[in-house]
Write a protein that binds this ligand. Structure first.
Ligand SMILES: Cc1ncc(COP(=O)(O)O)c(C=O)c1O
Length: 312
C-alpha cells in the first residue's frame, strides 16, 4: 500500500519563457501527472482515502461511476488492482462493451468489472437507493461517486499543498466536480489565492463549491472566507466538456514543444491556456504561481483516434 500512495515523482517543474519574464511571473508546474501512468494527477489524490476506507471497513473493493472516456474509472481500476481490491465500474451507455475504446479496455485489463447501464439508469448514480440496489448484486464494496467527488477525495487533494515547499501567491487548477479545487482551498494559507478553470460550459462554480463544502459540514462563514480567495475563469471551456478547436490544440502543441509538458484537451490544456491568457494580459504581474497538472493524459489516445493523427 505504501508504494501506491507515494507522491515522490510529483516534482515541481519551473517554466522559463519570454512571456513570463516580460511579466515578472514565476511559474512552476506541480507534476501530479507523473505520480503514476494510470492513477495520475488528482485521481490519485482523490482515491487515497477512499482506498484506505476499504481497509478500515473491511470492504472488498470500490464501486464507482463514469462515462466511456472517464479518467476516474481507469484510475480506480488501477488503484484497486495495485491495492489488491476488487473494482466495479458502472458505465454510462448500455451500447458499450469493454472493447469500445482504450479507456474501457484498460479498465478491463486492470481487472475492473464493467457494468454498462442506460443513460436513464445512470441518472440515478447519486441516489442512495440505487447504490443499495447495485450493492445487492456487488456486495461489500465501498461506493465512490463519479469523479471521486466525496469528502475523502477532497481531503486527499488538500494534502498536495503541503508538498509545495516554496512560497507562492496563487495556484491554478482545472475544475470538474470541484473536489480538487475545494481540497486545495482547505490547504491554502491566508494570502494565497486559487484560480479555477471549469471544463464545463455554464457551470456555476461558486454554488457547486459552496454545496460541496456544506455537505462536508463546513460552516457558512468559513465557506465564504474560502470562496473569497477564489477566482473562476469560466470563459475557457471551448464550447463545453471535452470540446476543442484548433486554437486549443495549437496551444497544447506549442506548450509541449517549448516546455516538454503534455497537456490534455479536456482539463489541463484549457486551464493552462486560460492562465497563459491572463499572464499575457498582465493580470498576475509579479506573482509566483503554481499550476497543478492534474493528469488526464490517458484521454489523449481517444482524441488522437478522433483527430486521425498524433497530438504530440
Ligand atoms: C485530468 C483532470 N483534471 C481536472 C479534473 C477536475 O477535478 P475535479 O473533478 O476534482 O474538479 C478532472 C476530473 O476529475 C480530471 O480528470
Amino acid at each position: 500500500m505504501t508504494d501506491l500512495f507515494d507522491t515522490s515523482l510529483s516534482s515541481l517543474s519551473r517554466i522559463a519563457d519570454p512571456v513570463l519574464e516580460m511579466h515578472n511571473v514565476n511559474l512552476v508546474i506541480k507534476r501530479d501527472d507523473l505520480i503514476d501512468p494510470d492513477v495520475s494527477g488528482n485521481k490519485w489524490r482523490k482515491l487515497k482515502y477512499n482506498v484506505l476506507q476499504c481497509e478500515q471497513y473491511k470492504n472488498e473493493g470500490i464501486l464507482t461511476f463514469g462515462g466511456a472516456y472517464s479518467n476516474h474509472l481507469v484510475a480506480t481500476a488501477a488503484a484497486c488492482y495495485k491495492a489488491g481490491l476488487k473494482s466495479v465500474g458502472v458505465v454510462r451507455g448500455e451500447e458499450l462493451t469493454p472493447e469500445s475504446n482504450d479507456t474501457l479496455r484498460r479498465c478491463k485489463d486492470l481487472g475492473m468489472h464493467l457494468h454498462f447501464v442506460s443513460r436513464e439508469e445512470y441518472h440515478l448514480r447519486d441516489e442512495r437507493y440505487y447504490h443499495e440496489e447495485l450493492l445487492a448484486g456487488f456486495p461489500n464494496l465501498h461506493v465512490v461517486p463519479e469523479g471521486g467527488a466525496n469528502y475523502w477525495g477532497m481531503i486527499g487533494c488538500q494534502e498536495l499543498i503541503g508538498e509545495i515547499q516554496q512560497p507562492f501567491d496563487r495556484i491554478v487548477v482545472a475544475q470538474g466536480t470541484t473536489t480538487t479545487s475545494c481540497g486545495i482551498l482547505l490547504g491554502l494559507s491566508e494570502h494565497q489565492k486559487l484560480t479555477a478553470v471549469p471544463a464545463l460550459k455554464g457551470f456555476d462554480s461558486f454554488t457547486e463549491m459552496h454545496s460541496r463544502f456544506g455537505k462536508s459540514g463546513i460552516d457558512t462563514e468559513t465557506i465564504e472566507q474560502l470562496l473569497e480567495k477564489t477566482e473562476i475563469l469560466d470563459a475557457f471551456h471551448f464550447g463545453g466538456y471535452a470540446k476543442y478547436d484548433e486554437v486549443l490544440i495549437d496551444f497544447m502543441r506549442m506548450f509541449h514543444k517549448s516546455h516538454g509538458v503534455q497537456l490534455d484537451h479536456v482539463y489541463t490544456g484549457k486551464a493552462m491556456f486560460a492562465l497563459w491568457e491572463q499572464i499575457k494580459l498582465g493580470r498576475y504581474d509579479g506573482e509566483s504561481i503554481v499550476f497543478l497538472h492534474t493528469g488526464g493524459l490517458q484521454g489523449i489516445a481517444g482524441l488522437e483516434e478522433r483527430m486521425g493523427e498524433k497530438l504530440y
